[in-house]
Design a protein around this ligand. Sequence first.
Ligand code: FES
Ligand SMILES: [Fe+2]
Length: 377
Amino acid sequence: MYMNFWYPICTSEELEAAQPLRTQVMGLRFVAFHGADGKPCVLSDTCVHRGGSLGKGKVVDGCVACPYHGWRFAGDGKCQLVPSLEAGAKPPARAKVDSYPVQEKYGIVFAFLGDLPEQERSPLYEIEEYEDPAWRASEIMILEIDCFYERSMENGVDPIHNEFVHPVQGSPQPIPGSIEHPETTWGSGVVGNYTELGKKMSDEEGMRSDPKVLNAGTWHHGPNTLITWITFAKNTGLHQYFFEAPVDGDKTKIYFINMRSFRLDAESDDVIREANLRVTTEDIAILENLHPVRTPATRTREILTAGDKAIVRYRDYLDEWSARGWRLDFKSLRENDGDVAYAIPCPERRRSGNWVLDPVPVIPASGKSAGRVDSAA
Ligand code: FES
Ligand SMILES: [Fe+2]
């Protein structure tokens, strides 16, 4: 698990329905609420007075009020009020919690969980066709899975499992020679041509007229965003976006957005949803039974072949981000659970000191870079 990336925190709808909203990402707790300007804010959940859970409190005047002694924290993380102090007394200078950069997009509240200054941050993935009238977005589908998110990401960039995990589609292996492995600053993937899959899907769901070949590509962007584009014919395709939140080392919450450029009527939403759900359920049945739950620490504990190339490259990128000191030391985080409240450091920690919570333990930066990821980005 890696700090310094954008993570989905909740849907806009979830935040409307319940404020403050308490959530967990990478084994750590966060609270989301609408701040004084009405925009979503995301803070570390632990009250720095004596450990109350802010997410169990109330929203009062654009602040989140701790349920224990009523300290109020604004969207910037600073304490505005300590009710037990004399009227007019200022809260202590250390009374601040980590506050993270937030973007609300595609009906999802995302937080940048890390301390990088803005110009060094990876971008939140841009769905370019999101507002395009030639495309239709599905409702966000939430998938809560008992698996480690990196296993789910690796499944997403795996071109060789379809034939076995999704037999209804009758998908064969990629057409030899058609496979490419594109790279971007923040990710890599696999693109190739397939037959048969398109034929079966088109028969079943009326997705295209030419049944011969379809093109499918899948990429990761950062450690936790997965993109799959399936093109059945010119101007006919499905684009799928999976924004993954590792809840813990063995639980993942996926926010799934499906875009399509055919059957744009609302009545077709259910048909598409059913098809997606079927495929996803087949993947989940595999992912929830992998052993060990998390990816083995060394590659010698598996046999990786040519068909696993995109998986190896995903791991190369993770190694790069680990070398920058962004990988959480999850073992020590877990060992100290119950004794230490950690927070992912927010950007403000680079500007001011005197923080109450310990920064989350990370694997120290090694400075070793294979140059695969643009170090200036
Ligand atoms: S623990 Fe939060 S106000 Fe006391
Ligand atoms: Fe699959």
